[in-house]
Design a protein around this ligand. Sequence first.
Ligand code: 7PJ
Length: 281
Amino acid sequence: MLLRARQFEFIFPRPALVMGIVNVTPDSFSDGGQFLEAKAAVAHGLQLIEQGAEILDIGGESTRPGAVPVSEEEELRRVIPVIAELAGQAKVPISIDTMKPGVARAALEAGASIVNDVAANRSEDSMWRLVAEAGAGYVCMHMQGNPQTMQQHPAYSDVVREIGDFFSERLGRLSHCGMRPEQTILDPGIGFGKTLEHNWELLAGLGKFSRFGRPLLIGVSRKSFLGKVAGPKLENRLPASLACTCLAVEAGAQIIRAHDVAETVQAIRTSEAILGKRLNR
Ligand code: 7PJ
């Protein structure tokens, strides 16, 4: 299985990739103004690469439940200087986490190689056409609703089956927009319009998505559904995040999106050492 994202190529099976999270929101690093904010984000990204991140995901708009949307102008102001600097310095692909085609386009021009689209449930196709044309990687993530409303009444009759149906339908539309299968990554969108039970069912059923023959990306890092087991403090959710990560890797996930990169890489490499000795794999 091949993943192509502009000049980058990954051939699977191979050790799972950790996608390190770089949030560029005013409160995420410092309130020292625009320049210091960008500088801190770049330094953080470089540190995540040293810790073993093989993709960096740069985001300027929070998509946590109920988060306030930011304007395109503000999102561009936050992320573009960081992407330009990291794309110049880093040897790993830079991903832009955005719902806006205008931000994706500017990010690709600044050197990004992957568009991480949490709004892949969109109805219009300009995002897909521009990603197809750039030959960039594309993360097709499932979300029920939008970040403002998604946690109000998540409802599925069979969450694993319905997300599988979503992937099938989207892969058809992506292809219609000129996207090559090698460009796409699938993500069930843990926490995006899902109850706690839906998230557990999805993590239990991940193996069902291998039939698409595309890399699977899973993002669980510090998410609020883990609070049920790990408590309310974000900084106490690492063990729960790593438990999900190891089981996701066992189920066939190839890309793990994480804040705590060094710890996540260690947990994954340990799991892979054991899985490599299993018979009948
Ligand atoms: C995800 C994401 C995820 C992808 C966020 C958070 C919310 N992109 N962006 N998958 N989560 N592809 O990190 O808590 O799960 S933002």
